[in-house]
Write a protein of this length. Structure first.
Length: 197
């Protein structure tokens, strides 16, 4: 199965959800306009409203059904109990500092990887980012709990790690630099393409 690059998916979903949002806004505007009328709407006028609702439900559900097989993380989340990860990385966070199992975590392409992250003090986030600053994946890290994220990388690349949750001013220096940013924390090898996920 060929999965889409998440950047391509983001572009597609941005257009799809923009259209969807305008349709929803038009329903609300149409409903509000009818509230301003002194005369009550006759029963036949209600038909377009229910048509709108049916279109929104069918469009929204249909969109997700038709894109299910192209979104890399959906199937992995739904079938997670049956998936054995290729690699497991245990990561700790305390005092705004990462304790990583290696200076650079090397991941095999198209193999599920499990990141287990534990915080000993605050709520943080675990986020992997491309070199251009766009996000690949992330999860919230609750303190004193096992937080895990399974992810399959379908493109070669080197990714940066930082907290995606605001965990107080100690995360940044006086110039606003992110002190929790770990450059090149994850390296994906073995794909025949680059630059995605």
């Amino acid at each position: 199965m060929t999965f889409a690059n998440s950047i391509e998916l983001l572009k597609f979903h941005s257009v799809a959800y923009t259209i969807y949002a305008f349709i929803i806004i038009s329903v609300i505007a149409w409903f509000a306009f009818n509230l301003t009328k002194k005369e009550k709407a006759k029963s036949i006028v209600r038909i377009p409203f229910y048509g709108y609702i049916a279109f929104l439900v069918i469009g929204g559900v249909g969109h997700h059904i038709f894109t299910y097989n192209t979104i890399p993380w959906v199937q992995e989340d739904m079938m997670r109990h049956e998936i054995k990860p290729d690699k497991v990385f245990h990561i700790k966070i305390k005092d705004h500092k990462w304790t990583l199992p290696a200076k650079q975590m090397v991941v095999n392409c198209k193999k599920p990887t499990l990141f287990i992250v534990e915080s000993d003090d605050l709520m943080y986030g675990f986020g992997l980012f491309r070199q251009d600053g766009t996000m690949v994946t992330q999860m919230q890290v609750d303190p004193h709990r096992k937080n895990d994220l399974m992810w399959t990388f379908n493109f070669d690349g080197v990714f940066n790690l930082t907290s995606t949750e605001y965990s107080g001013p100690a995360q940044y220096d006086e110039k606003g630099n992110d002190l929790m940013m770990v450059k090149n924390a994850v390296k994906v090898v073995g794909c025949d393409n680059k630059g995605g996920n």
